[in-house]
Design a protein around this ligand. Sequence first.
Ligand SMILES: [Mn+2]
Length: 288
Amino acid sequence: MRWVLVTLCSDDWVDQAKQLFASVYFDGNWRDDFCLMAYRLSDENKQWFLDRGIDVYDIEQIYNTDYYNNKSKMLLLKHNLFSNYFKKWDYVFFLDSDIICLQDLNEIKHINLEKKPKFIGAVKSDGKFSGNIQNYNRSKIIKDYKSEKDVIQIIHRNDVNQSIRLKINVIEKIIGKKIIPNKNVFNTGVLVFSTNFIEDGMVQDIKDFTTPFADIFITGDQIAFNLLFYDKVTAIDRKWNCMGKEVLENAVIRHFIFTGEKKPWEMNGPFRKKWNENLKRAEEILII
Ligand SMILES: [Mn+2]
């Protein structure tokens, strides 16, 4: 079986990607393929990865404008994982670049996804659907929706908050399902799937779905995938994505999510020493 471990970065996130690869190479003993999904990376930065045997796949953002500048550029890139490009491998193991691998990763290859080729393996987060969508308030949406005339007036007034509520209604129509605000989302920092999951046109479909709602999708790809793939996710052991305040003896992957904790590269961040060591030894990565 051909496996590829994937992360993504832009020019301002290169050290994070280097650290991640060093971490999975040295501590994770990963010797299968590596791929970097690169968002507008400079030639010099790209070459660094190529020189170490890391495949570089150029990707585009859902938004190419300055519109998204106040949010992280990394938020809407992950849909590129579902490109036919990845069909040259049998399995994709995606890791966010705000992750440190703590021990051997190879056991992931034994989780039985063969029975579930149309599923993505992921770990549930503490976050809820409501927290992933800006100004989510279901009872208010219903209250505001009195008649079609009201709706037209709202659109004409171009009231931002009103249109957010409209959008949630539209999302529910598209996915054919009511969003359950208190339901936990799965975290998209660690994803594992068979490339049989990938279908022609999937990247475009995800883009088309996400674009009109990008302004209210606080967690970007994460909430988009949760809405689109809500019935196609299978839970994997939490040790594969130990995040937030969770402490697990057998954690393989430590994920530094935004809520309530510092990132390891920040001043006084957790695992900062380890993170810096990994970044240093990234130079020695050599994938044959
Ligand atoms: Mn993350």
